[in-house]
Every structure is written in structure tokens, then in C-alpha cells.
Design a protein around this ligand. Structure first.
Ligand code: FES
Length: 354
């Protein structure tokens, strides 16, 4: 209340907007009139290796859609770090979101963000137009999640089940062990409250031969409420989403899949010459590995966010040369084409607008 009165007062002031914004940010980072920001209200366990952060949002951080991503930027020891996560809506609270973060072994940001002492911290949040589109409210959905792929799909589940007359949703959720499954108590409550929602957790490392990886259409058939009119959405590692797409094709059903890993481990190949046009530098990097990592290895640090081809922070112009887009396994060579450095490898000498 006080903040919005102050904002109204200052927006009518005789001072230029950037000056007003500067002083508001000094008073409270969440009062920024330009930058999306959030403050961590609570941190609690979501699974054995994942934590959920409940975050209070300022106005600029509220323009995100369930199933899509936000870029989180924060400072660790004075150095800015960015990562991309899928937020989950908090029913009835447009001014809050939940971020569920898996603590990746050796990961800097995932451990830093989820430490209990981060409660009360604020972070920059930039909503991104990438990820899943909201499916039609009535169309039956079959959601296939593996590991961290659960977060955008759970976001869509929460969104749909809080609308009027939601269509049927079935979630198949693969984890290695049961204790790694997130949102289990939420999902149990949702299933009890919404007859249109069902789910199954498939823990592959329990010794139960029934709990196997996704392999064939027979794994999906029993879960299709309408075998001719179901939308399949899949999220997980690359091999998992490729399998989901192949099975959906066999079933003649539409499938939208998003993967958070590259198709195969990168292997350094023959060296190529790269001319960085803006900095007027000529460097040599190996082909075969993402250009972002190759440049970092020789001390050049372009801006990046997710390192997964999602946020587009690392996009630059390929003035000339041939690259491969690792996510789509596609060679690209048009002059002045946009290039995501984190998921592209060099196939020839290159000129980059960097
Ligand atoms: S760092 Fe996000 S797309 Fe490259």
C-alpha cells in the first residue's frame, strides 16, 4: 500500500524516471519500476535433492506464463550469475511464484539459491517467452516428465486444474528413486480433489521390473483417455524427449517436447579460426564443442544464462561460416544468422559479431 502510493507520487514527480527508479531501488529493490525482481519468502524441501522457493514478485516480474521460463540473476561473491527455471503458479497469488530447484552435484547456483540463509534475499527475474504453450483447456493431456522435467509440466497442471471444467490430464513421471520425486503430496491432494487428474511415478532404480524407462507405445496406451485426440507434452533429457516424440508419431498424436540436455556429450574436433568482429580478435577453438565453452576455455566470456538454448542470452550474429545447432541437429550457414553460442558448434572458420 505504502509502496504503491509512493510509486504513484514519484511517477508524477518532476524528476526523470531513471532518477526516480534509482532512488526507489535504493529504498527497496522490489520497488524497481524497470526490473523484474523477487524476494525469497520461504525455502522448503521438495524432494531428497530438490528445494522449493516461495518468491514474492514485484509488478515487472509477473508477466510469465505457466510452462514457460524465467531467468534468475543473482550475485555470488560480487559476481552476477544467471540460470533459467520454470516457475510454478501459487493459486490465487499473482504476486507470488514457486521455483523448484534440483541441487545439481557440483552446481554453484542451485546450491547457493537453495541454502536456508537465502530466505529474505532478492533476485532479478526476467520472464522469457520460451517453453510450453498453454494447451487447450479441454483437450486431454498426457504429460511425460523425467527428472527436473517435472517443473514446467507441474506448472501447467496447477494452471489447468485451477480453471473451470478442466479436461483430463495424466502425468507419467520418471525418477531414479521415489524420494527424488517432487510435489508428491501436492499431486496426491490434486488427485483427490480433481477426478480429471491422475498420475503415476515410475522409479526406475527400485529393482521392480515393471518400473522401466519409456520404451514403446505399450507404455503409453493404457494412459490415453482418448487415443485419437490427446496432446502429448514431454520434458526431460534429450534421449527421453526424442523417444516421446517417436512414440507420439507412431500413435499419430501431436507432441511438444522440451529437452534440458544436449543430444550427446561434446567431443573436441579439429581446430577452426574464429574472428570476433566487434573486439577485432582472431582466436582458434576446437570444432565439436559448444562455442560458448570453447571461448570460455581461452579466457573469453560472452554473456550467458541457461546454457541450454532456452534464454537466448548468449545469442550473437554469425556473420559467416557454418555451425551446427546441437538441439535440432541442424547445420546452419546463412550469412548474418542468429546463433546461440551455448548450443552451437563450429563446423568451419567463423566470423562472429562478438
Ligand atoms: S545461455 Fe541461454 S540460450 Fe545460451
Amino acid at each position: 500500500m505504502f509502496a504503491s502510493s509512493l510509486l504513484r507520487l514519484t511517477s508524477d514527480s518532476i524528476f526523470p524516471a531513471p532518477v526516480v527508479n534509482y532512488w526507489l531501488e535504493q529504498l527497496n529493490p522490489l520497488w524497481s519500476t524497470e526490473q523484474g525482481r523477487g524476494r525469497v519468502l520461504e525455502i522448503h524441501p521438495a524432494a531428497s535433492d530438490s528445494m522449493s522457493l516461495l518468491i514474492k514478485l514485484n509488478r515487472q516480474a509477473r508477466h510469465w506464463q505457466p510452462g514457460q521460463h524465467v531467468q534468475v540473476r543473482t550475485w555470488v561473491d560480487g559476481i552476477a550469475h544467471s540460470r533459467t527455471y520454470s516457475p510454478i503458479p501459487v493459486p490465487g497469488r499473482r504476486d507470488q511464484m514457486m521455483l523448484t530447484i534440483r541441487k545439481t552435484p557440483g552446481g554453484l547456483m542451485s546450491h547457493w539459491l537453495t541454502a536456508p540463509e537465502r530466505q529474505g534475499n532478492w533476485m532479478d527475474l526476467t520472464p522469457l517467452q520460451s517453453g510450453f504453450e498453454r494447451p487447450h483447456q479441454q483437450q486431454p493431456l498426457l504429460l511425460l516428465a523425467a527428472g527436473s522435467g517435472i517443473t514446467p509440466l507441474f506448472s501447467l497442471i496447477m494452471d489447468r486444474l485451477h480453471q473451470l471444467n478442466p479436461g483430463p490430464i495424466t502425468l507419467l513421471y520418471w525418477v531414479q528413486r521415489h524420494e527424488q520425486a517432487c510435489f508428491t503430496s501436492h499431486m496426491e491432494r490434486l488427485r483427490a480433489r480433481h477426478p480429471c487428474f491422475n498420475y503415476q511415478i515410475i522409479a526406475t532404480q527400485t529393482g521392480n521390473p515393471q518400473n522401466k524407462h519409456l520404451e514403446s507405445v505399450e507404455d503409453l496406451m493404457p494412459h490415453l483417455t482418448d487415443p485419437r485426440n490427446t496432446q502429448i507434452l514431454a520434458c526431460g533429457p534429450h534421449a527421453f524427449t526424442e523417444c516421446a516424440k517417436k512414440l507420439a508419431q507412431q500413435l499419430n498424436l501431436p507432441c511438444f517436447a522440451e529437452s534440458f540436455s544436449l543430444p550427446k556429450p561434446a567431443q573436441a574436433g579439429a581446430p577452426v579460426q574464429v574472428f570476433l568482429k566487434r573486439s577485432q580478435r582472431q582466436v582458434v577453438i576446437p570444432s565439436g564443442i559448444p562455442i560458448l565453452s570453447a571461448l570460455e576455455a581461452i579466457g573469453i566470456h560472452p554473456a550467458y544464462g541457461c546454457r541450454q538454448g532456452v534464454c537466448h542470452t548468449c545469442t550473437c550474429t554469425r556473420v559467416s561460416g557454418i555451425t551446427t545447432d546441437l538441439l535440432h541437429q541442424r547445420m546452419e550457414h546463412e550469412a548474418d544468422g542468429a546463433l546461440r553460442l551455448c548450443v552451437s558448434t563450429a563446423e568451419s572458420d567463423l566470423v562472429l559479431d562478438l
